[in-house]
Design a binder for this molecule. Structure first.
Ligand SMILES: Cc1cc2nc3c(=O)[nH]c(=O)nc-3n(C[C@H](O)[C@H](O)[C@H](O)COP(=O)(O)OP(=O)(O)OC[C@H]3O[C@@H](n4cnc5c(N)ncnc54)[C@H](O)[C@@H]3O)c2cc1C
Length: 287
């Protein structure tokens, strides 16, 4: 199928993009086009106009600020995968980006596009939820900053309004003795996740868990925090038994679909398996 007719704009600044979105009802931002164009070809989306921000180079960067690492919304998955600062400080994002589709997708798809598309099975939204990333959203009225817990609203829905642009994603620095990991469980290399698990943890004295965030992908409409498992582990020694006990309750609140890739029951079991493995992966990376 071919897309319905649409107008096309190529703004030269974020402000111009925001104005074009404001002026064109039912318009949409175009970033890498990896998700949006496919939907348009299937006529599952039919925007009146596309506001193509892909040439706004000022929106592609990885920048160290005093309190956070800032990633421009147009930064492609390939850059996230290979950036050394990200690898050192937020290794789970390296894990997640490296598992997205294939190299062609990673050369074009953007972290902002993946976040705004908000596919529940996507890799970066789950990893960003574990980091508790903050999303900078710009509009004609200025900018607002939304935490991950409020950014992913529902299935394919985020806090970004029609005439708004996601400009940056901020990753608050982790305290000393922190580590992180993301594991994607899929049937074949490059497939979407059957279950995705992201973990960020901070150790206290000895092997005691001071803080932990566990995010699950592909098991509910939005990335899901495994709060019961997190609470169970806080203040406890991270030994095999405690990690296994926490993994047993990690699927509380999950409501995964049954489809050709796996039944609901299978996914509920896989949440336990991959939570256990990802906590251990994050522990092995504590610096
Ligand atoms: C074959 C294939 C395999 C894939 N496999 C995976 C996979 O394994 N894991 C995975 O996570 N993803 C996968 N993807 C999706 C891929 O990561 C896309 O890059 C991503 O979902 C969308 O990014 P994009 O830059 O292409 O966004 P686009 O398609 O351009 O946009 C997606 C949506 O976000 C909006 N948008 C984009 N940028 C902004 C912004 N800055 N501000 C406001 N709104 C914005 C658009 O209006 C649109 O609604 C796959 C895609 C394909 C085609």
């Amino acid at each position: 199928m071919t897309p319905k007719k649409f107008d096309y704009y190529s703004p030269t600044s974020i402000n111009e993009a925001i104005q074009l979105l404001h002026d064109n009802e039912d318009s949409k931002v175009l970033a890498g086009g990896q998700s949006l164009l496919a939907l348009m070809k299937l006529r599952l989306a039919a925007p009146s106009a596309l506001v193509d921000i892909s040439k706004l180079q000022e929106m592609s960067y990885v920048r160290e600020d005093k309190d956070y690492l800032g990633i421009g919304a147009l930064t492609i998955h390939d850059i996230i995968e290979h950036n050394q600062t990200i690898k050192k400080k937020f290794t789970l994002l390296t894990d997640a980006a490296s598992k997205i589709g294939d190299q062609q997708i990673r050369n074009v798809g953007t972290i902002g596009g993946s976040s705004c598309h908000a596919d529940p099975a996507a890799d970066l939204p789950t990893a960003l939820s574990a980091v508790n990333a903050h999303f900078v959203i710009r509009s004609g009225k200025g900018q607002r900053i939304v935490p991950a817990t409020e950014f992913f609203v529902d299935l394919f829905q985020t806090a970004v309004g029609h005439d708004e642009v996601l400009s940056e994603i901020r990753l608050p620095y982790l305290p000393p003795r922190s580590g992180s990991g993301y594991i994607k469980h899929s049937r074949r290399e490059g497939d979407f996740a059957i279950v995705g698990t992201g973990v960020v943890l901070t150790m206290g004295d000895g092997n005691v868990c001071k803080d932990i965030r566990i995010a699950l992908g592909a098991v509910s409409a939005t990335p899901l925090r495994a709060k019961s498992a997190e609470e169970y582990l806080k203040g406890k020694t991270l030994d095999d038994k405690n990690i296994a006990d926490a993994a047993e309750i990690a699927n509380e609140g999950a409501d995964p679909p049954s489809d050709m890739h796996g039944s609901k029951e299978y996914r509920m079991e896989m949440i336990k398996v991959f939570t256990r493995r990802t906590v251990k992966l994050a522990m092995s990376r504590v610096m």
